[in-house]
Design a protein around this ligand. Structure first.
Ligand SMILES: Cc1cc2nc3c(=O)[nH]c(=O)nc-3n(C[C@H](O)[C@H](O)[C@H](O)COP(=O)(O)O)c2cc1C
Length: 259
Protein backbone atom coordinates (compact mmCIF):
# COMPACT_ATOMS: atom_id res chain seq x y z
CA UNK A 1 0.00 0.00 0.00
CA UNK A 2 1.33 3.43 -0.84
CA UNK A 3 1.95 5.79 2.07
CA UNK A 4 -0.75 8.23 0.99
CA UNK A 5 -3.27 5.43 0.77
CA UNK A 6 -2.40 4.30 4.30
CA UNK A 7 -2.74 7.88 5.56
CA UNK A 8 -6.16 8.22 3.98
CA UNK A 9 -7.37 4.76 4.98
CA UNK A 10 -6.15 4.92 8.59
CA UNK A 11 -9.11 5.09 10.93
CA UNK A 12 -10.02 4.33 14.49
CA UNK A 13 -11.70 0.94 14.37
CA UNK A 14 -14.67 1.00 16.71
CA UNK A 15 -16.14 -2.37 15.88
CA UNK A 16 -14.99 -5.89 16.69
CA UNK A 17 -11.99 -7.30 14.85
CA UNK A 18 -11.70 -10.75 13.37
CA UNK A 19 -10.73 -13.04 16.21
CA UNK A 20 -7.79 -14.59 14.28
CA UNK A 21 -4.51 -14.04 16.10
CA UNK A 22 -2.18 -11.52 14.48
CA UNK A 23 0.64 -13.16 12.54
CA UNK A 24 3.90 -12.73 14.40
CA UNK A 25 5.55 -11.32 11.26
CA UNK A 26 2.90 -8.57 11.26
CA UNK A 27 3.43 -7.80 14.94
CA UNK A 28 7.18 -7.60 14.29
CA UNK A 29 6.62 -5.32 11.29
CA UNK A 30 4.50 -2.97 13.43
CA UNK A 31 7.06 -2.78 16.24
CA UNK A 32 9.85 -2.35 13.69
CA UNK A 33 7.99 0.62 12.22
CA UNK A 34 7.43 2.11 15.68
CA UNK A 35 11.12 1.90 16.41
CA UNK A 36 12.06 3.58 13.11
CA UNK A 37 10.26 6.74 14.32
CA UNK A 38 12.37 9.79 15.11
CA UNK A 39 13.22 10.40 18.76
CA UNK A 40 15.34 13.01 20.53
CA UNK A 41 18.99 11.93 20.21
CA UNK A 42 17.71 8.56 18.95
CA UNK A 43 16.76 7.79 22.56
CA UNK A 44 13.96 5.40 21.47
CA UNK A 45 12.12 6.23 24.69
CA UNK A 46 9.42 3.59 24.15
CA UNK A 47 8.90 -0.02 25.22
CA UNK A 48 5.95 -2.27 24.42
CA UNK A 49 3.90 -5.01 26.04
CA UNK A 50 2.21 -7.39 23.61
CA UNK A 51 -0.84 -8.93 25.27
CA UNK A 52 -2.03 -12.01 23.43
CA UNK A 53 -3.03 -14.12 26.45
CA UNK A 54 -6.81 -14.62 26.43
CA UNK A 55 -7.20 -14.38 30.20
CA UNK A 56 -5.28 -11.10 30.45
CA UNK A 57 -7.16 -9.62 27.49
CA UNK A 58 -10.42 -10.50 29.19
CA UNK A 59 -9.33 -8.92 32.50
CA UNK A 60 -8.43 -5.70 30.66
CA UNK A 61 -11.65 -5.87 28.62
CA UNK A 62 -13.73 -6.05 31.80
CA UNK A 63 -11.91 -3.03 33.25
CA UNK A 64 -12.36 -1.09 29.98
CA UNK A 65 -16.08 -1.89 29.85
CA UNK A 66 -16.63 -1.11 33.53
CA UNK A 67 -14.75 2.19 33.09
CA UNK A 68 -16.87 3.15 30.10
CA UNK A 69 -20.07 2.33 31.98
CA UNK A 70 -19.02 4.21 35.13
CA UNK A 71 -17.81 7.28 33.23
CA UNK A 72 -21.02 7.50 31.24
CA UNK A 73 -23.28 6.81 34.23
CA UNK A 74 -21.68 9.52 36.35
CA UNK A 75 -21.84 12.00 33.51
CA UNK A 76 -18.46 13.65 34.15
CA UNK A 77 -16.98 12.11 31.04
CA UNK A 78 -19.85 13.22 28.88
CA UNK A 79 -19.68 16.72 30.35
CA UNK A 80 -15.89 16.89 30.06
CA UNK A 81 -15.92 15.98 26.39
CA UNK A 82 -19.34 17.20 25.29
CA UNK A 83 -17.79 19.89 23.13
CA UNK A 84 -16.46 17.18 20.82
CA UNK A 85 -19.76 15.33 20.37
CA UNK A 86 -21.88 16.03 17.27
CA UNK A 87 -25.31 14.57 16.79
CA UNK A 88 -26.16 15.56 13.22
CA UNK A 89 -24.48 15.60 9.85
CA UNK A 90 -24.99 19.37 9.65
CA UNK A 91 -23.24 19.87 12.95
CA UNK A 92 -20.16 17.83 12.01
CA UNK A 93 -19.97 19.43 8.57
CA UNK A 94 -20.16 22.88 10.13
CA UNK A 95 -17.55 22.21 12.85
CA UNK A 96 -15.30 19.95 10.76
CA UNK A 97 -13.99 18.47 13.98
CA UNK A 98 -15.20 16.22 16.75
CA UNK A 99 -16.98 12.91 16.49
CA UNK A 100 -20.35 12.36 14.88
CA UNK A 101 -22.54 9.91 16.82
CA UNK A 102 -24.21 8.63 13.66
CA UNK A 103 -25.53 5.32 15.02
CA UNK A 104 -28.08 5.44 17.80
CA UNK A 105 -30.95 2.98 18.30
CA UNK A 106 -34.08 4.55 16.77
CA UNK A 107 -35.85 4.51 20.13
CA UNK A 108 -33.19 6.86 21.59
CA UNK A 109 -33.22 9.37 18.71
CA UNK A 110 -36.09 11.57 19.96
CA UNK A 111 -34.23 12.07 23.26
CA UNK A 112 -31.01 13.46 21.82
CA UNK A 113 -31.92 17.09 22.41
CA UNK A 114 -32.69 16.26 26.08
CA UNK A 115 -29.09 15.14 26.60
CA UNK A 116 -28.07 18.78 26.58
CA UNK A 117 -30.57 19.80 29.22
CA UNK A 118 -30.17 19.67 33.01
CA UNK A 119 -31.81 16.26 33.06
CA UNK A 120 -29.52 14.92 30.32
CA UNK A 121 -27.71 12.54 32.62
CA UNK A 122 -30.95 11.15 34.02
CA UNK A 123 -32.08 10.48 30.46
CA UNK A 124 -28.84 8.75 29.52
CA UNK A 125 -29.19 6.44 32.52
CA UNK A 126 -32.91 5.91 32.01
CA UNK A 127 -32.20 4.88 28.42
CA UNK A 128 -29.45 2.53 29.65
CA UNK A 129 -26.85 4.22 27.44
CA UNK A 130 -23.95 3.62 29.91
CA UNK A 131 -24.84 -0.10 30.09
CA UNK A 132 -25.02 -0.44 26.30
CA UNK A 133 -21.65 1.28 25.83
CA UNK A 134 -20.04 -0.70 28.68
CA UNK A 135 -21.22 -4.02 27.28
CA UNK A 136 -19.92 -3.26 23.78
CA UNK A 137 -16.57 -2.04 25.12
CA UNK A 138 -16.13 -5.11 27.35
CA UNK A 139 -16.65 -7.41 24.39
CA UNK A 140 -14.62 -5.68 21.71
CA UNK A 141 -11.61 -5.17 23.98
CA UNK A 142 -11.65 -8.75 25.35
CA UNK A 143 -12.04 -10.22 21.87
CA UNK A 144 -9.24 -8.18 20.28
CA UNK A 145 -6.41 -10.56 19.40
CA UNK A 146 -3.74 -8.10 20.49
CA UNK A 147 -3.65 -5.46 23.19
CA UNK A 148 -0.60 -3.27 22.99
CA UNK A 149 0.79 -1.49 26.05
CA UNK A 150 2.71 1.56 24.88
CA UNK A 151 5.19 2.71 27.51
CA UNK A 152 7.51 5.67 27.87
CA UNK A 153 10.63 5.30 29.98
CA UNK A 154 10.29 7.74 32.86
CA UNK A 155 13.95 8.77 32.65
CA UNK A 156 12.98 10.40 29.34
CA UNK A 157 9.70 11.81 30.62
CA UNK A 158 10.48 14.98 32.52
CA UNK A 159 7.38 17.16 32.61
CA UNK A 160 8.38 20.81 32.58
CA UNK A 161 11.69 20.12 30.81
CA UNK A 162 12.22 20.28 27.06
CA UNK A 163 13.12 16.60 26.95
CA UNK A 164 9.66 15.86 28.37
CA UNK A 165 8.11 17.51 25.31
CA UNK A 166 10.62 15.85 22.97
CA UNK A 167 9.74 12.45 24.37
CA UNK A 168 6.01 13.04 23.85
CA UNK A 169 6.59 14.17 20.26
CA UNK A 170 8.65 11.01 19.74
CA UNK A 171 5.85 8.84 21.16
CA UNK A 172 3.36 10.46 18.77
CA UNK A 173 5.65 9.73 15.83
CA UNK A 174 5.98 6.09 16.94
CA UNK A 175 2.23 5.73 17.32
CA UNK A 176 1.64 7.07 13.83
CA UNK A 177 4.18 4.62 12.38
CA UNK A 178 2.38 1.81 14.24
CA UNK A 179 -1.01 2.93 12.97
CA UNK A 180 -0.01 3.44 9.33
CA UNK A 181 1.85 0.14 9.19
CA UNK A 182 -1.11 -1.64 10.77
CA UNK A 183 -3.40 -0.06 8.17
CA UNK A 184 -1.17 -1.24 5.33
CA UNK A 185 -1.43 -4.80 6.72
CA UNK A 186 -5.23 -4.74 7.02
CA UNK A 187 -4.97 -4.34 10.79
CA UNK A 188 -7.11 -1.86 12.70
CA UNK A 189 -6.38 -0.03 15.96
CA UNK A 190 -8.36 1.68 18.68
CA UNK A 191 -7.28 3.47 21.84
CA UNK A 192 -8.55 1.93 25.05
CA UNK A 193 -8.57 5.19 26.99
CA UNK A 194 -11.57 4.92 29.30
CA UNK A 195 -9.62 3.21 32.13
CA UNK A 196 -7.16 6.13 32.08
CA UNK A 197 -9.98 8.42 33.16
CA UNK A 198 -10.45 6.47 36.41
CA UNK A 199 -7.15 6.34 38.32
CA UNK A 200 -8.04 3.18 40.34
CA UNK A 201 -8.87 1.34 37.14
CA UNK A 202 -5.69 2.46 35.44
CA UNK A 203 -3.76 1.19 38.51
CA UNK A 204 -5.42 -2.19 38.04
CA UNK A 205 -4.15 -2.29 34.46
CA UNK A 206 -0.65 -1.27 35.56
CA UNK A 207 -0.70 -4.20 38.00
CA UNK A 208 -2.02 -6.71 35.45
CA UNK A 209 0.66 -5.65 32.93
CA UNK A 210 3.31 -5.49 35.68
CA UNK A 211 4.40 -2.06 34.46
CA UNK A 212 7.56 -1.21 36.42
CA UNK A 213 8.07 2.12 38.21
CA UNK A 214 10.67 3.01 35.61
CA UNK A 215 7.96 3.27 32.94
CA UNK A 216 4.85 5.34 32.27
CA UNK A 217 2.09 3.42 30.53
CA UNK A 218 1.03 6.05 27.99
CA UNK A 219 -1.75 4.10 26.31
CA UNK A 220 -3.28 0.74 25.61
CA UNK A 221 -4.39 -0.01 22.05
CA UNK A 222 -6.44 -2.89 20.77
CA UNK A 223 -5.49 -4.31 17.39
CA UNK A 224 -6.78 -6.98 15.05
CA UNK A 225 -7.51 -7.77 11.43
CA UNK A 226 -10.33 -5.58 10.16
CA UNK A 227 -13.65 -7.27 9.59
CA UNK A 228 -15.00 -5.45 6.54
CA UNK A 229 -18.43 -7.04 6.97
CA UNK A 230 -18.46 -6.75 10.78
CA UNK A 231 -21.42 -5.31 12.68
CA UNK A 232 -21.07 -1.82 14.15
CA UNK A 233 -21.55 -1.19 17.87
CA UNK A 234 -25.06 -0.40 19.11
CA UNK A 235 -24.10 3.24 19.60
CA UNK A 236 -21.31 4.34 17.31
CA UNK A 237 -19.51 7.32 15.81
CA UNK A 238 -17.42 8.40 12.83
CA UNK A 239 -14.97 11.26 12.53
CA UNK A 240 -14.12 11.71 8.89
CA UNK A 241 -14.37 15.48 8.78
CA UNK A 242 -11.20 17.53 8.66
CA UNK A 243 -10.55 21.25 8.29
CA UNK A 244 -9.41 22.46 4.87
CA UNK A 245 -5.95 23.69 3.87
CA UNK A 246 -7.17 27.29 3.97
CA UNK A 247 -8.55 26.87 7.48
CA UNK A 248 -5.35 25.30 8.75
CA UNK A 249 -2.62 27.55 7.47
CA UNK A 250 -1.40 31.10 7.75
CA UNK A 251 1.30 32.37 5.44
CA UNK A 252 4.51 33.86 6.85
CA UNK A 253 3.00 34.80 10.23
CA UNK A 254 -0.09 33.83 12.21
CA UNK A 255 -3.11 35.26 10.46
CA UNK A 256 -1.08 36.12 7.33
CA UNK A 257 -2.72 35.72 3.92
CA UNK A 258 -1.05 34.27 0.83
CA UNK A 259 0.73 36.95 -1.16
C1 LIG B 1 -4.57 10.64 22.66
C2 LIG B 1 -5.74 10.01 21.97
C3 LIG B 1 -6.71 9.34 22.72
C4 LIG B 1 -7.78 8.72 22.10
N1 LIG B 1 -8.69 8.00 22.83
C5 LIG B 1 -9.65 7.29 22.19
C6 LIG B 1 -10.52 6.40 22.89
O1 LIG B 1 -10.47 6.26 24.09
N2 LIG B 1 -11.42 5.68 22.20
C7 LIG B 1 -11.51 5.79 20.84
O2 LIG B 1 -12.33 5.12 20.25
N3 LIG B 1 -10.72 6.64 20.17
C8 LIG B 1 -9.79 7.37 20.79
N4 LIG B 1 -8.96 8.18 20.07
C9 LIG B 1 -9.13 8.29 18.61
C10 LIG B 1 -9.73 9.60 18.15
O3 LIG B 1 -11.06 9.74 18.62
C11 LIG B 1 -9.69 9.61 16.62
O4 LIG B 1 -8.35 9.54 16.21
C12 LIG B 1 -10.31 10.86 16.00
O5 LIG B 1 -11.69 10.94 16.31
C13 LIG B 1 -10.17 10.84 14.47
O6 LIG B 1 -10.76 9.65 13.96
P1 LIG B 1 -9.93 8.62 13.08
O7 LIG B 1 -8.83 8.06 13.96
O8 LIG B 1 -10.91 7.54 12.67
O9 LIG B 1 -9.38 9.37 11.91
C14 LIG B 1 -7.90 8.81 20.69
C15 LIG B 1 -6.93 9.49 19.94
C16 LIG B 1 -5.85 10.07 20.57
C17 LIG B 1 -4.78 10.74 19.72
Amino acid sequence: MELRESIIKRRTTNKAFKTDPLKEEHIREIIFAANRAPSHFNSQPWDFILVTDEGIRKEIGVIAGDSMQELMAKGEFFKRYLKYFRFSKDEIEKNKSGIFIDKIPTILRPFISKIFGDDGLKFLNFLRVPKILGKDARKIVSDSPLLLGFMLRKEEYRPGEKSGIYSLISMGAALQNIWLTATSLGIGLQFVSTPMEIPENWDKILKILKVPDTHELMAVYRLGYIHTEGKRNTIDWVSDERRSFEELVSWNYYGGAKK
